[in-house]
Design a protein around this ligand. Structure first.
Ligand code: FPP
Length: 230
């Protein structure tokens, strides 16, 4: 590898699947299929490069507003990925966890998520956090609810208590890639991204391959991270 360091926690906002398909005169859903195939390969490469934690924005709470046919396609695609395709991650030693609200995900999707979590729970070479039916603001709302339910007193509430009550206990995000040239965080892990560096390549996600990831790592290595200091 050309670079000395990789992020400890990498975030990927998958974007541009729909446009990739539309540019080819195809149904948007085929872009998601292509994106998923690409993601599967790319993740293996990323874990080979020794990135320990990866979080992916797969589906936001707002994505349910899309056409029913597209949502249905995505739900079925998730089931196939989580029950079959992503088992390659288990072979790599990657533990898969999910972040997001379970309601109103269809039962078959919940079952496939539980299956993959259970299958990979002993893996120790890396963690993949899949944000599905996820919203960063809801994650904070849900954390506050858990804190109240546990009866934690006001004076006991610290940053650590808040962190322990997020969907998953993960290190802070170091670097976030959002493909397709859109320059927004779109509610993706807003707490964990407090000091993350962002990178917005124009490439549509289905075209974002290994060499694009290497280029992203070059960018990361050139960033001067000061965490509020000087
Ligand atoms: C964004 O493209 C992508 C999505 C809404 C999510 C779909 C993601 C996958 C299928 C990859 C699989 C991921 C996991 C972790 C299971 P878009 O539809 O917003 O593209 P557009 O902006 O060009 O319309």
């Amino acid at each position: 590898m050309r670079n000395e360091k990789v992020p400890n926690h990498l975030g990927i906002i998958v974007d541009g699947n729909g446009r990739w398909a539309e540019k080819r005169g195809l149904n948007r859903s085929l872009g998601h299929k292509e994106g998923a195939d690409n993601l599967k390969k790319l993740l293996l490469y990323i874990y080979d490069k020794k990135v320990p934690y990866v979080s992916i924005y797969a589906f936001s709470t707002e994505n349910f507003k899309r056409e029913k046919s597209e949502v249905d396609f995505l739900m079925n695609l998730f089931v196939t990925l989580f029950t079959k395709e992503f088992l390659t991650l288990k072979e790599k030693g990657v533990k898969v966890v999910f972040s997001g609200r379970r309601d109103p995900l269809p039962k078959k999707v919940l079952k496939s998520m539980d299956f993959l979590e259970e299958e990979t729970k002993e893996q120790k070479n890396g963690v993949l956090n899949i944000c599905l039916n996820y919203g960063g603001q809801y994650e904070l709302v849900d954390a506050v609810k858990k804190i109240v339910e546990k009866g934690i007193k006001q004076e006991e509430i610290t940053k650590e208590v808040l962190e322990e009550n997020l969907y998953q206990t993960l290190p802070p995000l170091d670097f976030i890639i959002r493909t397709s040239g859109e320059m927004r965080s779109s509610n993706f892990m807003i707490y964990q991204s407090a000091y993350a560096e962002y990178y917005f390549p124009d490439t549509l996600f289905p075209d974002f391959h290994e060499e694009d990831f290497d280029r992203a790592m070059d960018v990361y290595n050139k960033r001067n991270r000061r965490f509020g200091g000087n």
